[in-house]
Design a protein around this ligand. Sequence first.
Ligand code: SF4
Length: 431
Amino acid sequence: MLILTKIYFFDKSGQKSLYCHIMTEKSYKIYTLGCKVNQYDSGRLAQLLTERGFVSKESGAALVVVNTCAVTKTAIAKGKRMLAQARKENPRAKIVLAGCWPKVYGSQAIPADLVYDSRDWRGLIKEVEGWFQTANLVDIHNPLSLNQDRSRYFLKIQDGCNQFCSYCVIPYARGPLVSRTEKEILAEIRQALKSGYQEIVLSGIHLGRYGQDTKTDLISLLKKILAIKKNFRLRLSSIEIIEIDDALIKLMVKDRRLCRHLHIPLQAGSDQILKLMNRPYSQKYFVKRVKEIKKALPDIAISTDIIVGFPKETRKDFLESYNLAKKLQLSRLHVFSFSAHEKTKAFSLTPRVKPEEIKKRSAELRKLSVSLEDEYQKKIIKKYRGQKLAVIVERQKGEYYLGKSEYYVDFWFRPEQKKKISIGQLFDLTL
Ligand code: SF4
């Protein structure tokens, strides 16, 4: 976007001359879709752009980055809609498309000025800076405030995945597993804590495999983070059942700063379907391990992902998923309807489950999730009745605040006395 700046000069006789100076405004807007890793990537890009003198704008920005997702067909459709919206809201912007969509489907057919890999934001910035002529650096006192969530700090510790589950496009989109160094992660955590964050969410595409490529592991990293003696809590965004070892459970028992919530993707409860999905565990193993975790940590929240309507899924297979979630009293179910990606092995599997049947089964599971969530919430309220439960303050509406407990159960509350409460603060709530 061009800005015309008028500059007047006066000579000794008082004669006025007008100069017009053309400069390019360095403003940006980032549109983000998809997982926590994408959210983190967008936050990081915002931080780097600000460091280079770009200012964030709600509309009419000169640079637009659309960070897309390709995990389902719906996500791709959303990405297309978001791209159209970005053009409408920023009619003269240069558009950069990033994220999984162009990586999976190629960049040829995508109408953008530039397609870029989100793993190399610094390269992207070098490229786009050529489009903008002025470069006043902005002094940022608190770059971490650009994290996408004001209440919790999402920190990406690794990217990519080597697992190749048969339905998943992520290994094609994000490539093999790459871990960040412990040093870099610890420095970022220290800075986040200094900026006032009190909950750090460790996120990644395949979190449990952190360090496999750098000769370390998740436990070693967790111990180093917990060695920081500050009042904060730490949450794992999602972890596979085979990667929850005894050392992790022991650490969760010992250090109350590790949130008692694990999101463990089940995907299917039937062994036949798990095998077709290339998931590395059986129904028996999943049940046994969850029972062991619950024995060590009786109040823990365990949520999961379940895919409905995978090819060859019979009613009996579906009921195995349903009954397993119910029997294990999981705290929440994220239900995904199967959608086939051309790039994945599952694309050629038949017979496919009819869309009406997928819809029906998904509705059954979502209904189950509501009652499981309800039961779990009652359990936590009963346990903490009359006692203090720490919540991270997420939002304020009038005199009321919304807080998230370590169990991922949210509470609206009104503080008794007029206390100053800030977003992101750990607050002791009496139930
Ligand atoms: S573990 Fe499976 S589902 Fe998860 S990112 Fe890797 S391939 Fe996809």
